[in-house]
Design a protein around this ligand. Structure first.
Ligand code: TYM
Length: 600
């Protein structure tokens, strides 16, 4: 049995904590004299000690959550009814021990029949689209930002509405899982006390064969995070990224065929980045299309952190952004964050600004419309941007930013404020146009923390639409995904720069591109290669637009007809052709750069 907690939930409720206790072979009697005696003791103690349940620290803590939804934590009412003389309700032993512990320590617990649970259950933040069948067999819609327990992506308990029907403890339950739920900070010492009290009650209805097993202590609660073999943050991408898990973790939506059809209605044949699920996830793309269909055009927003020259991985979201600009006829705001890279890298401000101008050439070279494209260099456009960033910063606490970005005491204070500078262009089109403009951000998923943690949170508080996102996967480095999760400027030998010569491209691919081929030509012809792990093939899924050609390459490589050297040569030719054109346009862009700059 494994319980995990999503990052999304911890970002919203950084102190949330859950402790599970598995109990096997418990005796589930209808009535037990010993339990009855204990229950009377608990009731008496409550009547003696508690005057006003709403004043108890834990009730107040739970109410911080419940009051947000206009509700009161149920244990407050339950305590009030005991004070008025009612008993802890009789049900059957396995459920009663739970009620007893709830009343004794003023904590919230859920209880589940172990046999109805799968091996993995997940604590998650609801997005408001979920429904489940409550214990009274009625369907319940879940509110956004409720804390929910899920299995197979279905809700089985909500903090607001309680347990579901399918995992309830019945008269026949012999094995159970009890979970303590905390939405506010709680010390290890307190938790140990609660666990021991629950165990004390369980022991009353135990036999020789009964086994009690703790599945979580406080510290282990972030197991779900540390167990992952990949990391995706704005400053670090490592390992074999599980994009489906990221959808869950970050609370985004997969791009479905239905959505593609909607995009196709306006754009015609959709881009191969969409059909191949290179752009795989989104937030609020439906809203963007709803607005577009009503005649309210959106603005595009994306950017670059100038820590060096541009590599071909950076071009992926920009190529797609250009397609969106062409198809929807919309404006692009492109932010160059020389401030961010100065703050996090060992570079001078003069260097990052200079790289910013250099990187802008790569954007312009892709053919963006100068009338509809506005490049912002943060340190040079700060008069306007700073005012928006201030309004954002005032609404974000340090604890919120730390939960999303993982800041520590060693983080410099500049980078903490910077988070609101990257949020600011989400509202810039609205500020400039003096009306509410929907904004769509195409970028790789590493940038998501800025949107889910900052911009989307403050948007309604400042009276703007929440910015929407389209997220892409990473173009891996030449070493393959197991070496580095994405192509990265810090791995120079496995990176292709937009300014590389044809010889450099050839040399790097021939030498470093991770191959899915066999060790000898004979073996390769006999067993074939593995395109799914072969970097040259993976890169062609980004750069070879023709589906038929790509499919043929896939089959020829898999069957052994195409050798690794030949596959690499196909990629080299493709990239060198693309780069020759790009470098020509890049030179021409030097004359036009000012046409694209937004100045204040
Ligand atoms: P930066 O400079 O790290 O990356 C620029 C853009 O490229 C994406 N990206 C990749 N996409 C595919 N494969 C890769 N290997 C790869 N590596 C990077 C990034 O997701 C990004 O979209 N803080 C940002 C700059 C920024 C920004 C923005 C980005 C400011 N505002 C709005 C996107 C949207 C940065 O340092 O990006």
């Amino acid at each position: 049995m494994k319980i995990t907690i999503t990052k999304k939930l911890l970002e919203k409720y950084p102190n949330a904590n859950f402790i599970g206790i598995v109990v096997k072979n418990i005796i589930n009697e209808k009535q037990n004299k010993e339990l009855e005696k204990e229950k009377r003791k608990i009731e008496e103690a409550i009547r003696k000690k508690i005057k006003n349940p709403s004043e108890i620290k834990l009730v107040k803590d739970y109410n911080k959550f419940f009051n947000k939804f206009g509700k009161t934590v149920p244990i407050q009412y339950q305590l009030e009814s005991i004070i008025k003389g009612k008993p802890i309700p009789p049900v059957s032993g396995v459920v009663e021990v739970l009620f007893m512990e709830e009343m004794n320590d003023v904590v919230m617990l859920s209880g589940h029949d172990l046999s109805s649970l799968k091996d993995e259950i997940v604590f998650d933040l609801s997005d408001g689209s979920e429904k489940y069948i409550k214990i009274n067999q009625k369907e319940q819609a879940i509110k956004p930002e409720d804390i929910v327990l899920k299995q197979n992506n279905e809700v089985i308990t909500s903090l607001l509405y309680g347990p579901d029907f399918s995992t309830r403890i019945t008269e026949d339950s012999k094995d159970a899982l009890y979970i303590f739920w905390f939405n506010e900070k709680i010390s290890k010492k307190e938790i140990d006390k609660y666990i021991n009290n629950l165990k004390k009650y369980i022991e009353i209805i135990s036999v020789k064969e009964t086994k009690i097993e703790m599945i979580y202590g406080c510290e282990e609660m972030e197991v779900g995070k540390s167990e992952k073999d990949y990391i995706v943050t704005p400053w670090e991408v490592k390992g074999d990224v599980d994009y489906n898990k990221l959808i869950q973790e970050f609370g985004t939506k997969p791009i479905t065929n239905k959505l593609l059809k909607r995009i196709e209605k306006h754009a015609g044949k959709v881009h191969h980045f969409l059909t191949r699920k290179i752009f795989f996830s989104h937030r609020d793309m439906d809203f963007i299309l709803d607005q577009y269909e009503k005649g309210n055009k959106f603005a595009l927003y994306t950017g670059r952190g100038p820590s060096g020259t541009t590599h071909i991985g950076h071009l992926i979201p920009w190529i797609f952004t250009k397609w969106l600009q062409d198809k929807f006829g919309v404006e692009l705001y492109f932010q160059i964050v020389d401030d961010e890279k100065f703050l996090v890298k060992d570079l001078t401000l003069e260097q990052t600004t200079a790289y910013g101008y250099d990187n802008a050439l790569d954007l312009i070279a892709l053919g963006f419309d100068p009338k509809k494209t506005k490049i912002i260099i943060n340190t040079e456009y700060s008069k306007t941007l700073y005012r928006i960033a201030l309004k954002i910063a005032k609404k974000i606490t340090f604890s919120q930013a730390r939960a999303v970005f993982g800041f520590t005491n060693e983080s410099n204070i500049g980078i903490i404020f910077y988070t609101s500078m990257q949020g600011a262009p989400c509202f810039l089109p609205s500020v400039l146009k003096k009306k509410n403009v929907p904004v769509l951000i195409p970028a790789a998923i590493d940038q998501d923390a800025y949107w889910r943690g900052i911009a989307r949170d403050v948007a309604p508080k400042l009276g703007y639409y929440k910015p929407a996102q389209l997220h892409c996967r990473f173009l891996p480095g030449l070493g393959g995904i197991s070496e580095d999760g994405k192509m990265s400027s810090s791995q120079a030998h496995t990176t292709i720069w937009t300014t590389d010569t044809p010889e450099q491209v050839k040399k790097k691919i021939m030498k470093y591109a991770f191959s899915g081929g066999q060790d000898t030509i004979e073996n390769h012809r006999k067993h074939g290669g593995n395109p799914d792990i072969d970097v040259s093939y993976q890169w062609l899924t980004f750069f070879e637009e023709d589906d038929k050609k790509l499919e043929k390459i896939y089959h020829d490589y898999k069957s052994g007809k195409l050798l690794t050297g030949e596959l690499k040569q196909i990629l080299i030719d493709k990239l060198n052709k693309f780069l020759a054109n790009h470098q020509k346009k890049r030179e021409e862009a030097k004359k036009n750069i000012e046409k694209f700059m937004l100045r204040d």
